[in-house]
Design a protein around this ligand. Sequence first.
Ligand code: F6R
Length: 616
Amino acid sequence: MCGIVGAVAERNITAVLVEGLKRLEYRGYDSAGVALLTEQGALDRRRRVGKVSELQAALQAEPLAGRLGIAHTRWATHGAPSERNAHPHFSGQELAVVHNGIIENHEELREQLKGLGYVFTSDTDTETIVHLLEHTLKSYADLADALKVAVKQLHGAYGLAVISARQPDRLLAARSGSPLVIGLGLGENFLASDQLALRQVTDRFMYLEEGDIAEIKRDSVQIWTVDGEAVERESVQYHEGAEAADKGEYRHFMLKEIFEQPRVVQRTLEGRLGSDHVLVQAFGPQAAELFAKVKNVQIVACGTSYHAGMVARYWLEELAGIPCQIEVASEFRYRKVVVQPDTLFVSISQSGETADTLAALRNAKDKAPGQGGYLASLVICNVGTSSLVRESDLCLLTQAGPEIGVASTKAFTTQLVGLMLLTLALGQVRGTLDKALEAELVDELRRLPTRLGEALAMDKTVEKISELFAEKHHSLFLGRGAQYPVAMEGALKLKEISYIHAEAYPAGELKHGPLALVDSDMPVVTVAPNNELLEKLKSNLQEVRARGGELIVFADQQAGMRNGEGTHVVNMPHIHDLLAPILYTIPLQLLSYHVAVLKGTDVDQPRNLAKSVTVE
Ligand code: F6R
Protein backbone atom coordinates (compact mmCIF):
# COMPACT_ATOMS: atom_id res chain seq x y z
CA MET A 1 0.00 0.00 0.00
CA CYS A 2 1.13 3.63 -0.37
CA GLY A 3 4.23 4.75 1.51
CA ILE A 4 5.36 8.19 2.74
CA VAL A 5 8.83 9.48 3.56
CA GLY A 6 9.75 13.06 4.47
CA ALA A 7 12.82 14.87 5.80
CA VAL A 8 13.98 18.28 7.02
CA ALA A 9 17.75 18.61 7.50
CA GLU A 10 20.88 20.71 6.99
CA ARG A 11 22.11 18.37 4.24
CA ASN A 12 20.83 17.20 0.89
CA ILE A 13 18.17 14.60 1.73
CA THR A 14 17.45 13.13 -1.73
CA ALA A 15 19.30 9.88 -0.93
CA VAL A 16 17.48 9.55 2.45
CA LEU A 17 14.10 9.89 0.75
CA VAL A 18 14.90 7.39 -2.00
CA GLU A 19 16.37 4.87 0.44
CA GLY A 20 13.23 5.27 2.58
CA LEU A 21 11.05 4.52 -0.45
CA LYS A 22 13.15 1.44 -1.23
CA ARG A 23 12.56 0.18 2.29
CA LEU A 24 8.82 0.61 1.77
CA GLU A 25 8.81 -1.23 -1.57
CA TYR A 26 7.68 -4.42 0.15
CA ARG A 27 4.30 -2.83 0.82
CA GLY A 28 3.39 -2.97 -2.87
CA TYR A 29 2.96 0.07 -5.16
CA ASP A 30 2.77 1.02 -8.81
CA SER A 31 4.50 4.42 -9.06
CA ALA A 32 6.88 6.57 -7.04
CA GLY A 33 7.79 10.23 -6.71
CA VAL A 34 9.79 12.77 -4.77
CA ALA A 35 9.52 16.56 -4.33
CA LEU A 36 12.23 18.79 -2.89
CA LEU A 37 12.64 22.43 -2.09
CA THR A 38 15.72 23.28 -4.16
CA GLU A 39 18.56 25.62 -3.17
CA GLN A 40 16.90 28.22 -5.40
CA GLY A 41 13.81 28.08 -3.14
CA ALA A 42 11.53 26.42 -5.70
CA LEU A 43 9.61 23.17 -5.46
CA ASP A 44 10.61 20.57 -8.01
CA ARG A 45 9.67 16.91 -8.41
CA ARG A 46 10.38 13.69 -10.25
CA ARG A 47 7.72 11.00 -10.66
CA ARG A 48 7.81 7.65 -12.40
CA VAL A 49 5.47 4.71 -13.01
CA GLY A 50 6.94 1.38 -11.88
CA LYS A 51 9.66 0.64 -9.37
CA VAL A 52 11.67 3.03 -7.20
CA SER A 53 14.64 2.08 -9.41
CA GLU A 54 12.89 3.92 -12.29
CA LEU A 55 12.65 7.00 -10.07
CA GLN A 56 16.33 6.61 -9.15
CA ALA A 57 17.24 6.48 -12.83
CA ALA A 58 15.22 9.65 -13.42
CA LEU A 59 17.05 11.34 -10.55
CA GLN A 60 20.38 10.31 -12.01
CA ALA A 61 19.44 11.68 -15.40
CA GLU A 62 18.06 14.89 -13.90
CA PRO A 63 19.37 15.31 -10.33
CA LEU A 64 17.36 17.02 -7.63
CA ALA A 65 18.82 18.28 -4.34
CA GLY A 66 17.39 19.99 -1.28
CA ARG A 67 17.14 19.99 2.52
CA LEU A 68 13.37 19.70 2.76
CA GLY A 69 11.43 17.09 0.87
CA ILE A 70 8.68 14.48 0.69
CA ALA A 71 8.46 11.23 -1.25
CA HIS A 72 5.82 8.60 -1.93
CA THR A 73 5.09 5.18 -3.35
CA ARG A 74 1.55 5.04 -4.73
CA TRP A 75 -0.84 2.10 -4.89
CA ALA A 76 -3.56 3.31 -7.22
CA THR A 77 -7.08 3.80 -5.85
CA HIS A 78 -8.41 6.89 -7.67
CA GLY A 79 -6.96 7.15 -11.17
CA ALA A 80 -4.78 4.68 -13.06
CA PRO A 81 -1.10 4.15 -12.24
CA SER A 82 0.46 6.95 -14.34
CA GLU A 83 3.00 9.72 -13.93
CA ARG A 84 0.35 12.43 -13.70
CA ASN A 85 -1.42 10.55 -10.89
CA ALA A 86 1.78 9.77 -8.97
CA HIS A 87 2.49 11.83 -5.83
CA PRO A 88 3.70 14.39 -4.78
CA HIS A 89 0.88 16.62 -6.02
CA PHE A 90 1.38 20.37 -6.30
CA SER A 91 -0.85 23.39 -6.00
CA GLY A 92 0.83 25.99 -8.19
CA GLN A 93 4.53 26.15 -7.39
CA GLU A 94 4.00 26.75 -3.68
CA LEU A 95 2.72 23.57 -2.07
CA ALA A 96 3.42 19.85 -2.37
CA VAL A 97 1.49 16.99 -0.71
CA VAL A 98 1.84 13.22 -0.43
CA HIS A 99 -1.07 11.20 0.93
CA ASN A 100 -1.96 7.67 2.02
CA GLY A 101 -5.63 6.74 2.39
CA ILE A 102 -8.81 7.78 0.62
CA ILE A 103 -10.65 11.12 0.70
CA GLU A 104 -14.29 10.08 0.39
CA ASN A 105 -15.69 13.56 -0.36
CA HIS A 106 -13.09 14.28 -3.05
CA GLU A 107 -15.67 14.74 -5.82
CA GLU A 108 -17.55 17.41 -3.91
CA LEU A 109 -14.29 19.16 -2.94
CA ARG A 110 -13.04 18.97 -6.53
CA GLU A 111 -16.16 20.75 -7.79
CA GLN A 112 -15.87 23.46 -5.14
CA LEU A 113 -12.19 24.01 -5.86
CA LYS A 114 -12.70 24.06 -9.61
CA GLY A 115 -15.33 26.74 -8.99
CA LEU A 116 -12.63 28.73 -7.20
CA GLY A 117 -10.39 28.51 -10.24
CA TYR A 118 -8.10 25.61 -9.33
CA VAL A 119 -6.98 23.50 -12.25
CA PHE A 120 -6.62 19.77 -11.62
CA THR A 121 -3.83 17.88 -13.35
CA SER A 122 -4.55 14.37 -12.00
CA ASP A 123 -7.50 12.04 -11.34
CA THR A 124 -6.54 11.54 -7.70
CA ASP A 125 -8.45 12.33 -4.55
CA THR A 126 -5.13 13.60 -3.13
CA GLU A 127 -4.99 16.61 -5.42
CA THR A 128 -8.07 18.04 -3.72
CA ILE A 129 -6.08 18.20 -0.46
CA VAL A 130 -3.27 20.31 -1.85
CA HIS A 131 -5.60 22.83 -3.55
CA LEU A 132 -7.83 22.97 -0.47
CA LEU A 133 -4.80 23.75 1.66
CA GLU A 134 -3.60 26.39 -0.80
CA HIS A 135 -7.03 28.01 -0.63
CA THR A 136 -7.07 27.87 3.19
CA LEU A 137 -3.64 29.55 3.31
CA LYS A 138 -5.29 32.66 1.88
CA SER A 139 -7.08 33.11 5.23
CA TYR A 140 -4.56 31.46 7.58
CA ALA A 141 -1.00 32.44 6.74
CA ASP A 142 0.72 29.88 8.97
CA LEU A 143 0.98 26.43 7.34
CA ALA A 144 0.15 24.53 10.54
CA ASP A 145 -2.91 26.75 11.19
CA ALA A 146 -4.10 26.29 7.62
CA LEU A 147 -3.63 22.53 7.79
CA LYS A 148 -5.63 22.32 11.05
CA VAL A 149 -8.52 24.08 9.33
CA ALA A 150 -8.25 22.26 6.01
CA VAL A 151 -8.25 18.71 7.40
CA LYS A 152 -11.58 19.38 9.10
CA GLN A 153 -13.12 19.39 5.61
CA LEU A 154 -11.68 16.00 4.66
CA HIS A 155 -13.87 12.91 5.08
CA GLY A 156 -12.17 9.54 4.91
CA ALA A 157 -8.71 8.36 5.81
CA TYR A 158 -5.42 10.13 5.49
CA GLY A 159 -1.82 10.14 6.51
CA LEU A 160 -0.32 13.12 4.75
CA ALA A 161 2.82 15.22 4.50
CA VAL A 162 3.07 18.78 3.20
CA ILE A 163 5.89 21.15 2.30
CA SER A 164 5.66 24.76 1.21
CA ALA A 165 8.11 26.92 -0.74
CA ARG A 166 7.03 29.93 1.36
CA GLN A 167 7.72 28.27 4.74
CA PRO A 168 10.88 26.34 3.89
CA ASP A 169 11.94 25.33 7.40
CA ARG A 170 9.12 22.90 8.16
CA LEU A 171 7.46 19.68 7.20
CA LEU A 172 3.79 19.32 8.14
CA ALA A 173 1.97 16.05 8.78
CA ALA A 174 -1.56 14.96 9.65
CA ARG A 175 -2.90 11.55 10.59
CA SER A 176 -6.42 10.19 10.52
CA GLY A 177 -6.81 6.52 9.73
CA SER A 178 -3.38 6.03 8.11
CA PRO A 179 -0.33 5.65 10.33
CA LEU A 180 2.54 8.13 10.48
CA VAL A 181 5.68 8.14 12.54
CA ILE A 182 8.23 10.90 13.14
CA GLY A 183 11.90 9.85 13.16
CA LEU A 184 14.02 11.95 15.51
CA GLY A 185 17.57 12.76 14.46
CA LEU A 186 20.28 15.14 15.64
CA GLY A 187 19.64 18.50 14.02
CA GLU A 188 17.38 16.79 11.49
CA ASN A 189 14.01 15.10 11.65
CA PHE A 190 12.06 12.73 9.45
CA LEU A 191 8.59 11.42 8.76
CA ALA A 192 7.35 8.10 7.37
CA SER A 193 4.31 5.87 7.20
CA ASP A 194 6.38 3.01 8.69
CA GLN A 195 9.47 3.29 10.87
CA LEU A 196 11.25 0.72 8.70
CA ALA A 197 11.70 3.47 6.10
CA LEU A 198 13.78 5.49 8.55
CA ARG A 199 15.90 2.82 10.25
CA GLN A 200 18.87 3.99 8.15
CA VAL A 201 18.80 7.45 9.80
CA THR A 202 17.45 6.95 13.32
CA ASP A 203 16.19 4.49 15.92
CA ARG A 204 14.12 7.06 17.88
CA PHE A 205 10.49 7.47 16.92
CA MET A 206 7.36 9.34 17.89
CA TYR A 207 4.07 7.83 16.73
CA LEU A 208 1.30 10.19 15.73
CA GLU A 209 -2.13 9.36 17.12
CA GLU A 210 -5.50 9.64 15.40
CA GLY A 211 -6.28 13.25 14.57
CA ASP A 212 -2.75 14.51 15.28
CA ILE A 213 -1.22 17.33 13.27
CA ALA A 214 2.55 17.78 13.48
CA GLU A 215 4.98 20.53 12.56
CA ILE A 216 8.43 19.05 12.11
CA LYS A 217 11.44 21.35 11.96
CA ARG A 218 15.16 20.48 11.95
CA ASP A 219 15.45 20.86 15.72
CA SER A 220 11.89 20.70 17.04
CA VAL A 221 8.62 18.82 16.75
CA GLN A 222 5.28 20.27 17.73
CA ILE A 223 2.08 18.22 17.80
CA TRP A 224 -1.58 19.23 18.17
CA THR A 225 -4.71 17.15 18.56
CA VAL A 226 -7.59 17.44 16.14
CA ASP A 227 -9.03 20.14 18.44
CA GLY A 228 -5.87 22.21 18.14
CA GLU A 229 -4.64 21.44 21.64
CA ALA A 230 -0.84 21.09 21.94
CA VAL A 231 0.18 17.57 23.06
CA GLU A 232 3.37 15.66 23.78
CA ARG A 233 3.85 12.24 22.25
CA GLU A 234 6.31 9.90 23.86
CA SER A 235 9.49 9.12 21.92
CA VAL A 236 10.50 5.46 21.84
CA GLN A 237 13.65 3.57 20.93
CA TYR A 238 13.16 0.88 18.29
CA HIS A 239 15.17 -2.26 18.92
CA GLU A 240 14.44 -4.53 15.98
CA GLY A 241 17.66 -5.87 14.43
CA ALA A 242 18.76 -4.21 11.21
CA GLU A 243 19.00 -7.69 9.62
CA ALA A 244 15.24 -7.59 8.95
CA ALA A 245 15.67 -5.35 5.92
CA ASP A 246 18.30 -7.62 4.37
CA LYS A 247 17.68 -10.84 2.37
CA GLY A 248 20.96 -12.34 3.58
CA GLU A 249 21.78 -15.58 1.76
CA TYR A 250 18.22 -15.98 0.43
CA ARG A 251 17.02 -15.15 -3.05
CA HIS A 252 13.77 -13.63 -1.78
CA PHE A 253 12.46 -12.18 1.48
CA MET A 254 9.62 -14.70 1.33
CA LEU A 255 12.04 -17.65 1.41
CA LYS A 256 14.06 -16.04 4.19
CA GLU A 257 10.88 -15.51 6.20
CA ILE A 258 9.70 -19.10 5.62
CA PHE A 259 13.02 -20.35 6.97
CA GLU A 260 12.87 -17.99 9.97
CA GLN A 261 9.80 -19.79 11.32
CA PRO A 262 11.47 -22.13 13.83
CA ARG A 263 13.26 -19.13 15.37
CA VAL A 264 10.31 -16.75 15.48
CA VAL A 265 7.96 -19.44 16.80
CA GLN A 266 10.51 -20.05 19.54
CA ARG A 267 10.56 -16.30 20.26
CA THR A 268 6.76 -16.17 20.36
CA LEU A 269 6.76 -18.91 22.99
CA GLU A 270 9.51 -17.38 25.12
CA GLY A 271 8.40 -16.26 28.56
CA ARG A 272 4.85 -17.52 27.95
CA LEU A 273 5.10 -21.16 29.05
CA GLY A 274 5.37 -22.48 32.61
CA SER A 275 6.51 -26.05 33.30
CA ASP A 276 3.14 -27.59 32.39
CA HIS A 277 0.85 -24.64 31.67
CA VAL A 278 0.52 -21.40 29.76
CA LEU A 279 1.30 -18.20 31.70
CA VAL A 280 -1.98 -16.31 31.55
CA GLN A 281 -0.31 -13.01 32.53
CA ALA A 282 1.42 -13.09 29.11
CA PHE A 283 -1.83 -11.47 27.92
CA GLY A 284 -1.56 -8.63 30.44
CA PRO A 285 -2.05 -8.16 34.18
CA GLN A 286 -5.86 -8.09 34.00
CA ALA A 287 -6.11 -11.14 31.70
CA ALA A 288 -6.86 -13.75 34.37
CA GLU A 289 -9.78 -11.77 35.79
CA LEU A 290 -11.19 -11.06 32.34
CA PHE A 291 -10.71 -14.55 30.93
CA ALA A 292 -12.68 -16.00 33.84
CA LYS A 293 -15.75 -14.09 32.60
CA VAL A 294 -15.47 -15.07 28.92
CA LYS A 295 -18.38 -17.16 27.63
CA ASN A 296 -18.00 -16.56 23.86
CA VAL A 297 -15.32 -15.44 21.45
CA GLN A 298 -15.78 -13.35 18.30
CA ILE A 299 -12.75 -13.33 15.98
CA VAL A 300 -12.34 -10.74 13.23
CA ALA A 301 -9.47 -10.48 10.72
CA CYS A 302 -8.61 -10.31 7.00
CA GLY A 303 -6.79 -12.58 4.54
CA THR A 304 -4.14 -14.81 6.02
CA SER A 305 -4.91 -13.57 9.52
CA TYR A 306 -8.53 -14.62 8.97
CA HIS A 307 -7.33 -18.13 8.14
CA ALA A 308 -5.41 -18.20 11.42
CA GLY A 309 -8.63 -17.26 13.18
CA MET A 310 -10.48 -20.07 11.41
CA VAL A 311 -8.02 -22.61 12.81
CA ALA A 312 -8.45 -21.07 16.26
CA ARG A 313 -12.19 -21.65 16.15
CA TYR A 314 -11.57 -25.42 16.07
CA TRP A 315 -9.17 -25.10 19.00
CA LEU A 316 -11.33 -22.81 21.13
CA GLU A 317 -14.40 -25.01 20.83
CA GLU A 318 -12.58 -28.34 21.18
CA LEU A 319 -10.04 -27.46 23.87
CA ALA A 320 -11.54 -24.59 25.84
CA GLY A 321 -15.21 -25.43 25.23
CA ILE A 322 -15.95 -21.82 24.24
CA PRO A 323 -18.39 -21.05 21.41
CA CYS A 324 -16.48 -19.08 18.78
CA GLN A 325 -17.57 -17.09 15.76
CA ILE A 326 -15.27 -15.75 13.09
CA GLU A 327 -15.82 -13.28 10.29
CA VAL A 328 -13.79 -11.29 7.77
CA ALA A 329 -13.48 -7.72 9.01
CA SER A 330 -14.77 -6.07 5.81
CA GLU A 331 -18.13 -7.84 6.33
CA PHE A 332 -18.27 -7.69 10.10
CA ARG A 333 -17.77 -3.93 10.25
CA TYR A 334 -20.93 -3.22 8.22
CA ARG A 335 -23.19 -5.81 9.82
CA LYS A 336 -25.62 -5.25 12.66
CA VAL A 337 -24.18 -7.81 15.01
CA VAL A 338 -26.02 -9.36 17.95
CA VAL A 339 -23.43 -9.67 20.69
CA GLN A 340 -23.82 -12.58 23.10
CA PRO A 341 -23.20 -11.58 26.73
CA ASP A 342 -19.58 -11.90 27.90
CA THR A 343 -18.06 -12.16 24.45
CA LEU A 344 -14.36 -11.49 24.03
CA PHE A 345 -13.63 -9.60 20.78
CA VAL A 346 -10.41 -10.92 19.24
CA SER A 347 -8.73 -9.30 16.26
CA ILE A 348 -5.74 -10.80 14.46
CA SER A 349 -3.36 -8.79 12.34
CA GLN A 350 0.26 -8.86 11.26
CA SER A 351 0.51 -5.10 10.68
CA GLY A 352 -1.99 -3.90 13.26
CA GLU A 353 -3.05 -1.22 10.76
CA THR A 354 -5.45 -3.05 8.42
CA ALA A 355 -8.24 -0.55 7.84
CA ASP A 356 -11.15 -3.02 7.98
CA THR A 357 -9.89 -4.80 11.09
CA LEU A 358 -9.28 -1.50 12.85
CA ALA A 359 -12.76 -0.26 11.92
CA ALA A 360 -14.25 -3.53 13.21
CA LEU A 361 -12.46 -3.06 16.54
CA ARG A 362 -13.67 0.54 16.80
CA ASN A 363 -17.26 -0.56 16.11
CA ALA A 364 -16.91 -3.32 18.68
CA LYS A 365 -15.88 -0.77 21.28
CA ASP A 366 -18.85 1.48 20.54
CA LYS A 367 -21.06 -0.15 23.16
CA ALA A 368 -20.14 -0.78 26.76
CA PRO A 369 -20.06 -4.33 28.19
CA GLY A 370 -23.47 -5.14 29.63
CA GLN A 371 -25.17 -2.68 27.24
CA GLY A 372 -24.97 -4.81 24.12
CA GLY A 373 -21.19 -4.45 23.85
CA TYR A 374 -18.25 -6.81 24.11
CA LEU A 375 -16.69 -7.84 27.40
CA ALA A 376 -13.24 -6.70 26.23
CA SER A 377 -11.00 -6.62 23.17
CA LEU A 378 -7.83 -8.58 22.58
CA VAL A 379 -5.46 -8.44 19.60
CA ILE A 380 -2.92 -10.95 18.37
CA CYS A 381 -0.52 -8.69 16.49
CA ASN A 382 3.03 -8.46 15.19
CA VAL A 383 3.61 -4.72 15.61
CA GLY A 384 3.68 -3.45 19.18
CA THR A 385 3.31 0.19 18.22
CA SER A 386 0.35 -0.34 15.87
CA SER A 387 -3.12 1.16 16.17
CA LEU A 388 -4.79 -2.20 16.89
CA VAL A 389 -2.43 -2.80 19.82
CA ARG A 390 -2.89 0.70 21.18
CA GLU A 391 -6.68 0.53 20.92
CA SER A 392 -7.25 -3.01 22.28
CA ASP A 393 -7.65 -3.84 25.97
CA LEU A 394 -5.30 -6.82 25.84
CA CYS A 395 -2.67 -7.95 23.38
CA LEU A 396 -0.32 -10.77 22.62
CA LEU A 397 2.56 -9.82 20.35
CA THR A 398 3.68 -12.45 17.90
CA GLN A 399 7.44 -12.08 17.75
CA ALA A 400 7.81 -12.64 14.01
CA GLY A 401 9.90 -9.50 13.42
CA PRO A 402 9.27 -7.35 10.34
CA GLU A 403 7.68 -9.32 7.52
CA ILE A 404 8.85 -7.85 4.22
CA GLY A 405 7.45 -10.32 1.66
CA VAL A 406 3.92 -9.23 0.75
CA ALA A 407 2.70 -12.82 1.11
CA SER A 408 2.38 -13.51 4.80
CA THR A 409 4.27 -16.59 6.07
CA LYS A 410 5.97 -16.31 9.46
CA ALA A 411 3.23 -13.94 10.64
CA PHE A 412 0.67 -16.72 10.06
CA THR A 413 2.48 -19.47 11.98
CA THR A 414 3.26 -17.14 14.89
CA GLN A 415 -0.39 -16.04 14.94
CA LEU A 416 -1.37 -19.71 15.22
CA VAL A 417 1.03 -20.11 18.13
CA GLY A 418 -0.47 -17.00 19.79
CA LEU A 419 -3.98 -18.36 19.25
CA MET A 420 -3.05 -21.74 20.72
CA LEU A 421 -1.67 -19.91 23.79
CA LEU A 422 -4.93 -17.97 24.02
CA THR A 423 -6.98 -21.17 23.78
CA LEU A 424 -4.96 -22.84 26.53
CA ALA A 425 -5.10 -19.72 28.72
CA LEU A 426 -8.90 -19.42 28.37
CA GLY A 427 -9.39 -23.14 29.00
CA GLN A 428 -7.10 -23.02 32.02
CA VAL A 429 -8.73 -19.98 33.67
CA ARG A 430 -12.28 -21.19 33.01
CA GLY A 431 -11.42 -24.69 34.20
CA THR A 432 -12.69 -26.25 30.96
CA LEU A 433 -9.32 -27.62 29.81
CA ASP A 434 -8.03 -30.93 31.06
CA LYS A 435 -4.77 -30.24 32.97
CA ALA A 436 -2.98 -33.28 31.53
CA LEU A 437 -3.87 -32.20 27.99
CA GLU A 438 -2.59 -28.70 28.70
CA ALA A 439 0.71 -30.13 29.97
CA GLU A 440 0.95 -32.36 26.88
CA LEU A 441 0.35 -29.43 24.52
CA VAL A 442 2.83 -27.21 26.37
CA ASP A 443 5.41 -29.97 25.86
CA GLU A 444 4.50 -30.26 22.19
CA LEU A 445 4.73 -26.48 21.77
CA ARG A 446 8.28 -26.60 23.13
CA ARG A 447 9.16 -29.19 20.49
CA LEU A 448 7.41 -27.25 17.71
CA PRO A 449 10.45 -25.25 16.49
CA THR A 450 12.35 -28.53 15.95
CA ARG A 451 9.38 -30.05 14.06
CA LEU A 452 9.17 -26.93 11.88
CA GLY A 453 12.90 -27.31 11.13
CA GLU A 454 12.24 -30.91 10.02
CA ALA A 455 9.44 -29.75 7.71
CA LEU A 456 11.73 -27.11 6.21
CA ALA A 457 14.32 -29.80 5.50
CA MET A 458 11.85 -31.14 2.90
CA ASP A 459 12.41 -28.05 0.78
CA LYS A 460 14.14 -29.88 -2.10
CA THR A 461 11.36 -32.50 -2.30
CA VAL A 462 8.72 -29.76 -2.43
CA GLU A 463 10.74 -27.88 -5.06
CA LYS A 464 10.67 -31.00 -7.27
CA ILE A 465 6.89 -31.32 -6.80
CA SER A 466 6.45 -27.68 -7.80
CA GLU A 467 7.43 -28.65 -11.37
CA LEU A 468 4.01 -30.32 -11.70
CA PHE A 469 2.49 -26.81 -11.66
CA ALA A 470 4.69 -25.28 -14.35
CA GLU A 471 2.04 -25.48 -17.09
CA LYS A 472 -1.08 -25.44 -14.90
CA HIS A 473 -3.64 -22.67 -14.61
CA HIS A 474 -5.94 -24.03 -11.89
CA SER A 475 -5.63 -26.13 -8.75
CA LEU A 476 -7.66 -27.38 -5.80
CA PHE A 477 -6.61 -27.54 -2.17
CA LEU A 478 -8.38 -29.92 0.19
CA GLY A 479 -8.37 -30.36 3.95
CA ARG A 480 -10.71 -31.56 6.68
CA GLY A 481 -11.28 -30.13 10.15
CA ALA A 482 -8.65 -27.60 11.23
CA GLN A 483 -6.72 -28.49 8.06
CA TYR A 484 -9.44 -26.89 5.94
CA PRO A 485 -8.25 -23.34 6.81
CA VAL A 486 -4.69 -24.56 6.21
CA ALA A 487 -5.80 -25.60 2.70
CA MET A 488 -7.39 -22.13 2.29
CA GLU A 489 -4.13 -20.50 3.29
CA GLY A 490 -2.19 -22.75 0.88
CA ALA A 491 -4.54 -21.77 -1.97
CA LEU A 492 -4.25 -18.07 -1.09
CA LYS A 493 -0.43 -18.28 -1.13
CA LEU A 494 -0.41 -19.99 -4.53
CA LYS A 495 -2.76 -17.44 -6.14
CA GLU A 496 -1.00 -14.46 -4.62
CA ILE A 497 2.49 -15.17 -5.80
CA SER A 498 2.21 -17.54 -8.78
CA TYR A 499 -1.09 -16.14 -10.17
CA ILE A 500 -2.37 -19.72 -10.60
CA HIS A 501 -6.06 -19.95 -9.79
CA ALA A 502 -6.39 -22.01 -6.61
CA GLU A 503 -9.50 -22.86 -4.62
CA ALA A 504 -9.77 -24.56 -1.26
CA TYR A 505 -12.58 -26.89 -0.19
CA PRO A 506 -13.32 -29.00 2.82
CA ALA A 507 -12.58 -32.43 1.31
CA GLY A 508 -16.11 -33.62 2.11
CA GLU A 509 -17.59 -30.92 -0.14
CA LEU A 510 -15.83 -32.21 -3.24
CA LYS A 511 -18.66 -34.34 -4.52
CA HIS A 512 -21.18 -31.56 -3.98
CA GLY A 513 -19.82 -29.68 -6.99
CA PRO A 514 -16.10 -29.07 -7.39
CA LEU A 515 -15.45 -32.67 -8.46
CA ALA A 516 -16.80 -31.63 -11.86
CA LEU A 517 -13.62 -29.58 -12.35
CA VAL A 518 -11.24 -32.44 -11.75
CA ASP A 519 -9.22 -33.77 -14.69
CA SER A 520 -5.53 -34.27 -15.43
CA ASP A 521 -5.02 -30.49 -15.76
CA MET A 522 -6.20 -29.81 -12.22
CA PRO A 523 -3.62 -30.72 -9.55
CA VAL A 524 -5.24 -31.40 -6.18
CA VAL A 525 -3.17 -30.58 -3.10
CA THR A 526 -4.13 -32.21 0.20
CA VAL A 527 -2.92 -32.05 3.78
CA ALA A 528 -3.39 -35.35 5.59
CA PRO A 529 -2.29 -35.61 9.20
CA ASN A 530 -2.89 -38.91 10.96
CA ASN A 531 -6.19 -38.21 12.71
CA GLU A 532 -9.70 -39.60 12.94
CA LEU A 533 -10.62 -37.94 9.62
CA LEU A 534 -7.82 -39.67 7.69
CA GLU A 535 -9.89 -42.60 6.36
CA LYS A 536 -12.62 -40.24 5.20
CA LEU A 537 -10.00 -38.08 3.49
CA LYS A 538 -8.52 -41.13 1.76
CA SER A 539 -11.96 -41.88 0.25
CA ASN A 540 -12.19 -38.30 -1.01
CA LEU A 541 -8.78 -38.71 -2.64
CA GLN A 542 -9.96 -41.90 -4.36
CA GLU A 543 -12.77 -39.85 -5.88
CA VAL A 544 -10.17 -37.51 -7.36
CA ARG A 545 -7.94 -40.30 -8.70
CA ALA A 546 -10.94 -42.02 -10.30
CA ARG A 547 -11.43 -38.84 -12.40
CA GLY A 548 -7.78 -38.70 -13.53
CA GLY A 549 -6.87 -35.86 -11.10
CA GLU A 550 -3.23 -35.61 -10.04
CA LEU A 551 -2.80 -35.72 -6.27
CA ILE A 552 -0.13 -34.06 -4.15
CA VAL A 553 -0.53 -35.26 -0.59
CA PHE A 554 1.37 -33.97 2.41
CA ALA A 555 0.75 -36.88 4.77
CA ASP A 556 1.82 -37.95 8.23
CA GLN A 557 4.60 -40.53 7.95
CA GLN A 558 2.35 -42.93 9.88
CA ALA A 559 -0.68 -42.34 7.65
CA GLY A 560 0.16 -45.26 5.38
CA MET A 561 -0.12 -43.27 2.15
CA ARG A 562 2.07 -44.35 -0.77
CA ASN A 563 3.28 -42.87 -4.03
CA GLY A 564 1.53 -44.29 -7.08
CA GLU A 565 0.55 -43.28 -10.54
CA GLY A 566 -0.76 -39.72 -10.36
CA THR A 567 -0.26 -39.66 -6.58
CA HIS A 568 2.73 -37.84 -5.08
CA VAL A 569 3.02 -38.34 -1.35
CA VAL A 570 5.37 -36.23 0.79
CA ASN A 571 5.87 -37.72 4.25
CA MET A 572 5.63 -35.21 7.07
CA PRO A 573 7.16 -35.54 10.56
CA HIS A 574 4.63 -36.86 13.07
CA ILE A 575 3.07 -34.18 15.28
CA HIS A 576 0.28 -33.87 17.84
CA ASP A 577 -2.90 -33.50 15.80
CA LEU A 578 -3.85 -30.21 17.47
CA LEU A 579 -0.58 -28.60 16.33
CA ALA A 580 -0.69 -30.13 12.84
CA PRO A 581 -2.14 -26.95 11.22
CA ILE A 582 1.07 -25.10 12.11
CA LEU A 583 3.36 -27.80 10.70
CA TYR A 584 1.38 -28.51 7.51
CA THR A 585 1.44 -24.84 6.57
CA ILE A 586 5.19 -25.07 5.89
CA PRO A 587 5.15 -27.34 2.79
CA LEU A 588 2.29 -25.32 1.31
CA GLN A 589 4.30 -22.11 1.69
CA LEU A 590 7.32 -23.78 0.10
CA LEU A 591 5.18 -25.13 -2.73
CA SER A 592 3.75 -21.74 -3.67
CA TYR A 593 7.21 -20.17 -3.38
CA HIS A 594 8.83 -22.66 -5.77
CA VAL A 595 5.93 -22.52 -8.23
CA ALA A 596 6.23 -18.71 -8.30
CA VAL A 597 10.00 -18.92 -8.89
CA LEU A 598 9.36 -21.37 -11.77
CA LYS A 599 6.78 -19.01 -13.22
CA GLY A 600 9.19 -16.07 -12.87
CA THR A 601 6.76 -13.83 -10.99
CA ASP A 602 7.74 -11.05 -8.59
CA VAL A 603 7.69 -13.22 -5.45
CA ASP A 604 8.16 -10.52 -2.83
CA GLN A 605 5.96 -7.91 -4.47
CA PRO A 606 3.21 -9.71 -6.38
CA ARG A 607 1.27 -7.63 -8.87
CA ASN A 608 -1.69 -5.56 -7.63
CA LEU A 609 -1.08 -6.46 -3.98
CA ALA A 610 0.06 -4.42 -1.02
CA LYS A 611 1.42 -5.16 2.41
CA SER A 612 -0.66 -3.61 5.18
CA VAL A 613 -3.96 -2.65 3.58
CA THR A 614 -4.64 0.71 5.21
CA VAL A 615 -7.57 1.63 2.93
CA GLU A 616 -10.95 -0.06 2.62
C1 F6R B 1 -1.74 -12.65 2.40
C2 F6R B 1 -1.68 -11.47 3.24
C3 F6R B 1 -2.95 -10.73 3.48
C4 F6R B 1 -2.99 -10.21 4.93
C5 F6R B 1 -4.22 -9.32 5.12
C6 F6R B 1 -4.36 -8.86 6.56
O1 F6R B 1 -0.48 -13.24 2.26
O2 F6R B 1 -0.66 -11.08 3.72
O3 F6R B 1 -4.07 -11.50 3.19
O4 F6R B 1 -3.03 -11.30 5.79
O5 F6R B 1 -4.12 -8.19 4.28
O6 F6R B 1 -3.24 -8.15 6.97
P1 F6R B 1 -2.90 -7.96 8.50
O7 F6R B 1 -2.58 -9.31 9.05
O8 F6R B 1 -1.71 -7.04 8.51
O9 F6R B 1 -4.11 -7.37 9.15
